[in-house]
Design a protein around this ligand. Structure first.
Ligand code: ATP
Ligand code: MG
Length: 555
């Protein structure tokens, strides 16, 4: 159980506190109910942290239940990725993974009960007719022609539906509630439809499948859920949730409580849109590091702790809002600033020959792994006659604000010596191909004795020991803050969302483990890609830049 004082408080926890104090419940049971029709995204993480977090803090239980009533859109790859993502976020569900399909027999029984009570009927209106009969907000609906058929007739028809006696779309089972209700979801909603679809859990046992609204409340009740937490779009449907449980013989009646969805700037969050990005090959897959999926964030280098912290900071309310990307980035940056060892990587290498340094004279310098944390130890860094610096760290001329290397100026190489730029070598087209520099031998950990001005500190790697590496520098996937509001969100993809460069890293990174974060000095936080990085070919993903440069250009 986490420290009570560090627990979040929110309106849902207040309801739970009241229920425990009044004796309505003596234990808390929640559930996370994803549909296995895509990968989980950061919005789901909010719901996971809420449901599992509450169970943890109240010493209760949280189930993982797949809401699997749409077999055509679901599959086992999604089931597996979702279970993995929940575990990776640091949560363990109670007992076995559950499926709504575990309850298909029970659900069928409850449908029969409603029919017998005269509260459900088989309807032969097609989709278009059903819409027309339903009416609208200003107009009450009309009764279906079969609304008043007898329970015996309906039972026989429902059995025939189950036995495969009707075609898809030919008929459905509807509850008999109120065709004039001001809540459209109460106008005799469909609870079963015919679908000759193979199901990833139940195979070909069923050719009728229950609808979400019917399935969800009953699954919750069968599992003894005390508080059924869902997002605001189900607010109206709470009437239906309660109506179904009130009209069948079932002991438990969970309380549905709605909270607002997480929306994130510069991202789309619906699984359907994310699927489109994958299918249209805008991204490389569900785990592309630009995706707001858990798998994408993980591959990008986000840690479970940072995502949990983010969920905590955004809180839980009933207010719809859009969270800035910088709020998510702040969480990972803070986590990695403390935890990530430092290393040097040159993304766009420019050769520097140190003319007064002995040829082949490699020396191994000590470099701390973390400037603020001695317990992280140090590593050996080779220095030699040829080093590489980043092309952007040299200019032939620059004003005082430029804190890097300038021709005839001095700069410190991080963890090593001060060097002086003596000469620029260019190719026939005038491109700079090499610098000739001299180093100041007595400047290891010391300022130049002659009092000369050193502009700043830059990073570098030694040529003979450096390892080639690919760098994948990510930016926001969309060029507008709210891509979902566009006519076609595929039209506002940021063409610079992935920039790949080939460069060099220091030799200690030979052993870089996938997903292990590093701070590449002055470049940002990076981790080895969990798909493509190998000992022979290192590939690093930029998790996040060093500072919040969202919407700002760096100098
Ligand atoms: P999407 O609209 O992205 O496809 P969904 O609601 O259909 O999502 P489910 O698999 O049904 O996805 O969601 C599982 C749980 O996660 C539900 O309880 C749902 O309310 C919650 N959830 C989904 N998206 C968000 C979000 N953006 N913020 C908070 N909770 C969410
Ligand atoms: Mg859903």
């Amino acid at each position: 159980m986490s420290d009570v004082s560090s627990r979040p408080t929110n309106f849902i926890r207040q309801i739970i506190d009241t229920d425990l104090a009044s004796g309505k419940h003596n234990a808390v049971q929640t559930r996370f109910p994803p549909e296995p029709n895509g990968y989980l995204h950061i919005g789901h993480a909010k719901s996971i942290c809420l449901n599992f977090g509450i169970a943890q803090d109240y010493q209760g239980q949280c189930n993982l239940r797949f809401d699997d009533t749409n077999p055509e859109k679901e599959n086992v790859e999604f089931v597996n990725s979702i279970s993995q993502d929940v575990n990776w976020l640091g949560f363990q569900w109670s007992g076995e993974v559950r499926y709504s399909s575990d309850y298909f027999d029970a659900l069928y029984g409850y449908a029969v009960e409603l029919i017998k009570k005269g509260l459900a009927y088989v309807c032969f209106l097609n989709g278009e007719q059903m819409r027309e009969y339903r009416g609208n907000l200003t107009q009450p609906g009309k009764p279906s022609p079969t609304r008043d058929a007898s329970p015996a007739e309906n039972l026989a028809l429902f059995e025939k539906m189950r036995a495969g006696g009707f075609k898809e779309g030919e008929c459905s089972l509807r509850t008999k509630i109120d065709m004039a209700s001001s809540f459209m979801c109460m106008r005799d909603p469909v609870i079963y439809r015919v679908k000759f679809a193979h199901h990833h859990q139940t195979g070909d046992s069923w050719c009728i499948y229950p609808m979400y609204d019917f399935t969800h409340c009953i699954s919750d009740a069968l599992e003894g859920i005390t508080h059924s937490l869902c997002t605001l779009e189900f607010q109206d449907n709470r009437r239906l949730y309660d109506w179904i449980l009130d009209n069948i013989t079932i002991a438990c009646h969970p309380q549905q409580i709605e909270f607002s969805r997480l929306n994130l700037e510069y991202a789309v969050m619906s699984k359907r849109k994310l699927q489109t990005l994958v299918e249209q090959k805008v991204v490389s897959g569900w785990d592309d590091p630009r995706m707001p999926t858990i798998a994408g964030l993980r591959r990008r280098g986000y840690t479970p702790a940072a995502i949990r912290e983010f969920a905590k900071r955004i809180g839980v309310t009933k207010q719809d809002n859009v969270i800035e990307m910088s709020a998510l980035e702040a969480c990972i940056r803070e986590d990695l600033d403390a935890a990530a060892p430092r290393a040097m990587a040159v993304l766009d290498p420019l050769k520097v020959t140190i003319i007064n340094y002995p040829v082949d004279g490699i020396e191994w310098l000590d470099a701390p792994n973390h400037p603020k944390d001695d317990t992280m130890g140090s590593r050996k860094l080779p220095f030699g006659q040829v080093v590489y610096i980043d092309r952007a760290d040299f200019r032939e001329e620059a004003n005082k604000k430029y804190k890097r290397l300038v021709l005839n100026g001095d700069v410190r190489l991080r963890n090593a010596y001060v060097i002086h730029a003596d000469e620029v070598i260019k190719d026939a087209d005038g491109n700079i191909v090499e610098l000739k520099c001299s180093y100041l031998p007595e400047t290891l950990g010391e300022n130049p004795a002659d009092g000369r001005k050193v502009r700043g500190v830059i990073h570098w790697v030694e040529a003979t020991n450096a390892l080639p590496a690919e760098f994948r520098v990510y930016d926001r996937l969309f060029s507008v803050a709210n891509p979902a509001a566009e006519e076609d969100f595929l039209n506002v993809i940021n063409p610079q969302s992935l920039v790949i460069t080939q460069g060099l890293v220091e030799p200690s990174l030979q052993s870089a483990k996938v997903e292990q974060a590093y701070q590449f000095e002055r470049e940002g936080y990076y981790c080895a890609d969990n798909r493509d990085s190998t000992a022979e070919r290192l590939v690093f993903n930029r998790t996040v830049g060093l500072r919040d440069s969202w919407g700002k250009e760096e100098e």
